[in-house]
Every structure is written in C-alpha cells, then in structure tokens.
Design a protein around this ligand. Structure first.
Ligand SMILES: *Cc1c(COP(=O)(O)O)cnc(C)c1O
Length: 377
C-alpha cells in the first residue's frame, strides 16, 4: 500500500450522491432458478424456450468462439441482413442490442429526460419503469382493461410532456394480445412527436393472422420503434441479443448511444442460424400452442377453487388465485415440488402467478400440483 495519509474528517464529510431519480428505482427482479435453501429448481419463471436451443444455432455458436481475440463486427452486418431477408426489411434500419432490454433503455435515453413523461399500461413489462426513471422521466401508468391494454386509457393520459409510450404485445406478465386494429388506433391517436415503442418479444409465438402490424407500421411511420428478441422462441437467452426496427432517423439517434460491440461474434452467428431455422421455430411454436391450451384447460377446470387464467398469446400463462388457495401458497407449493414460477406482488399482482409453458412432463406436473394444492386448500 502506498503511504498516503487521509484526513478522515474530510473523507466522511461528503460522498458522491446518486441522482435521486436513480434511487427511486426498484431493481429488476429476475426469475428464480433456485429455492431459498439453494436447491436448484425447474425454471418456469423466465419464459425461456423449454425445448432449449436449435441444433443449427448451437453449432453456429460453437464455431463462433474460434476467434476470441478479435472484436465482433460492430455493425453486425450479416445478422442485420439475415433479419432483413426474413422479414423483408431495410437492413440499414435494423439496430441490435445486448438483449432487447438494451434497446428499450436506448429508446427512453434518446427521447426522454428529466420532467418528461413515459407512458405504459399497468401490468406492463417491468423494464419500462426502470428505463423511464433512469433518465429522470416520470413514469405514467394507464389502467388496464381486465389485464389487457386499454387504448382509450392510454390515449387519455397523453400530455404535451409525453415523449415515449411502451407497449409489449403480447404483453408480459399478462400474456394478453392487443389486436392490429387497436395498435393502429393507438398509433393514430398519438401525437407524431411521441415515440411509440412496440415490444414484440413474443411475436414469433403468434400465427401470421395474429400479427399486430407493428413491423409494417414501423416501415412507414416516423415515430414507431419495434423491438424483438432472440431470448424467447429462438432459445438464445444466454447470449443476450435483441433487434429493433424504426425510421432511419430514430435508428441514427439510437446508434449514437448504444454500447459499441454489444453483441458477441458467436452470438451474431448463432442468431443468424436461429433466424433461418424455420423448423425449430415452428416446433417451438407448435409445442407452446399445444401445451398452453392444455394447461389453460386444466386451470379452467379448477375454477370452482377460484383459479382463473388470463387468455394468453405468449409462452406463459398468468393464473389468478381468487379462492382459498392464494398465489403465494401456490408459489410455495410448486417450489416445494421443485418448480420455480413467478409471483409478482411488486407489480401489483399479489393474487397471480406467471408460469412459463414447459416441456410436456413439466406442464403435466404443474397442473397436477396445482390441482392437489387447490383441492387441499
Ligand atoms: C423477455 C422480454 C424481453 C426480452 O428481453 P431480452 O433483453 O431480449 O432478453 C423484452 N420484453 C419483454 C416484454 C419480455 O418479456
């Protein structure tokens, strides 16, 4: 240690203070993977792909780590071309990020600041609150309509301070879907200088007929930013890759503040393989549709015990507990049997659990445990 003498009085007299809006943030709570005693759990708490990662993406990932000494392509040119090719987009207007989380933060950072308002629905994705507060903006929360998006409620809260509107579609944690007509109506009602961020983290689970029109809207409109992720259907959550699409002007602004080299070389290669692996996506989508419907039926059969399922278009179900069995007791009962699910009292949902659709065996086990718990309550 260098022999430096400190004046201890000066040392304790002052200290750096975080911005008060930073200290107003409740940190993001990730889905559990272990019980309180450290025992590993089957993780149905983070909406990951229960089938894992496709072979093509896995092989590309393995090949991608051959050169670790060189920085990744900072523009992810091949990845942007692959995405553009698949969805008929302009590659120059695609931005990618360390997960779509980074992109959601970029949107608030570039378009909102202290005193501005950032609007989203109650039971919206928890990152929106953090993204808004982080830049000193005021989060404004619109009431839901039976857990779903209420476009009129959102529009009623737009003021001349509103800078960004976030909407996840399908939404997390509710799984609810806002149809294309409502998305169009929301967009039409927003002033042109409000950035509309449409978070499509679960869009790949939809049928073509259920498309909310977001990418088509972003193609034409000057105030729409659509985000997607490789963390859900593509099974690459560990690599942290998201992408977004907007006007050239929006993309230019966001590019100025994104972290350089924000997607690894192996991640870019795995993502290219994943986006071209239609068979894997279809298998994952079919699995999800089948077991989501099955689990929803099983829960509906427990309605006499106060269990109710919110209609979902995503890869999870939000189950409401309105009888003797509480959500907290169900969380603990499932955990005792080895399953981690998501209880969200901090998001105003003390009476609900969000459960990711797992493998067939996991889904059957969850249904059986819920039945035992409900009947025994
Ligand atoms: C999972 C999820 C994301 C994706 O996050 P990544 O950072 O891409 O892993 C984004 N939005 C919503 C609503 C999500 O549920």
């Amino acid at each position: 240690m260098p022999d430096t003498t400190f004046d201890t009085a000066t040392l304790s007299a002052s200290r750096p203070l975080p911005k008060d809006w930073i200290m107003g943030i409740s940190p993001y709570v990730p889905g559990k993977a272990a019980a309180d005693d450290g025992r590993p759990l089957i993780k149905l708490s983070a909406n990951e792909n229960p089938l894992g990662t496709g072979d093509a993406a896995r092989a590309a990932m393995a090949a991608g780590i051959a050169d670790l000494a060189t920085y990744p392509d900072p523009g992810a040119a091949k990845l942007r071309e692959a995405i553009a090719g698949k969805y008929s987009l302009d590659p120059a207007r695609i931005i990618y990020g360390t997960g779509s989380d980074e992109l959601l933060h970029l949107a608030a950072s570039a378009y909102a600041g202290p005193g501005d308002e950032v609007l989203y629905v109650r039971y919206g994705f928890s990152v929106y609150d953090i993204a808004a507060r982080r830049v000193g903006a005021v989060p404004v929360v619109a009431p839901d309509k039976d857990y779903g998006t209420d476009v009129d409620a959102l529009l009623a809260l737009v003021t001349d301070r509103t800078r960004v509107v976030y909407l996840a579609n399908p939404n997390n944690p509710t799984g609810t879907m806002t149809p294309a007509s409502e998305i169009a109506r929301l967009h039409a009602g927003l002033p042109g200088d409000v950035l509309f961020v449409l978070d499509q983290a679960y869009a790949e689970y939809l049928d073509d007929s259920e498309d909310d029109g977001g990418l088509a809207l972003a193609e034409k409109a000057s105030n729409v930013f659509v985000t997607r992720t490789f963390s859900k259907i593509h099974g690459l959550a560990a690599e942290r890759i998201g992408w977004g699409y907007a006007s050239a002007e929006i993309i230019d602004a966001l590019h100025r503040i994104r972290a350089p080299f924000n997607v690894t070389t192996a991640g870019q290669q795995a993502a290219i393989a994943a986006i071209n692996d239609n068979a894997w996506m279809e298998r994952s989508r079919d699995h999800n549709a089948q077991w989501r419907a099955w689990l929803a039926e099983q829960v509906a059969a427990l309605s006499n015990h106060g269990l109710r399922v919110v209609p979902s278009k995503a890869n999870f179900l939000l189950i409401l507990f309105e009888g003797k069995l509480t959500a907290e007791a169900a969380l603990k009962g499932l955990m005792a049997e080895g399953y981690a699910t998501r209880w969200l009292p901090g998001q105003g949902l003390p009476n609900a659990l969000r459960i990711t659709i797992g493998t067939e065996a996991q889904t059957r086990a969850v249904a059986a445990i819920l039945r035992t718990l409900a009947e025994g309550a």
